[in-house]
Write a protein that binds this ligand. Sequence first.
Ligand code: MN
Length: 217
Amino acid sequence: MNFTNFSFKEVYMFTLPDLPYAYNSLEPYIDEATMRIHHDKHHAAYIKNLNEALANQDKLQMLTVEELLQNLSRVPETIRTKVRNHGGGHANHTLFWQVMAPPEPNAAAPAGDLIKAINVTFGSLLTFQEKFTSITMGRFGSGWAWLVSVSGKLEIVDTPNQDTPLLEHKTPILGLDVWEHAYYLKYQNLRADYIKQWWNVINWREVEKRFAQSLVK
Ligand code: MN
């Protein structure tokens, strides 16, 4: 499978995509052991549970995970929570791996239409990062923080558990996992340190691509 191809339309049975880089290549900001457990165990478990939920659902098996999440009311009540949690987990982590990349000092800034939109909405990249960090720190318990595009208008939102902005028909273009499994081995209870270091491994080219795609939807 071509993991880096964003137009790839995966349907049931869902499979664990390879990381688009080595497990240790986000060091020293995100450690290899965390990446191995997070990808090989946590993400794999969401996929296994999602597949189990859909095992006898012929019609739902034809939908992508994004389509499932955007049409939860069509999912039978008996499996709706499973699809929401584990489908969300699959979609969220697939995005998460892609919007990170090994640190490259010379490429580590948003450019083009994305930085223009960030400046219009937030005033500056720094102000955006401060607001994003503040919302992420305010997320009680497990969840995610997101930069979303709503027809090109940027917003920062956060979600509990594995809920995705797709549930509200907002397009996530950057996401940060703040479940403890994402950072506890290296940062323990210091979520603020994890967030601060995470900015070093953003794949801004991927975020720019997702922003551009949100404009044509
Ligand atoms: Mn996670």
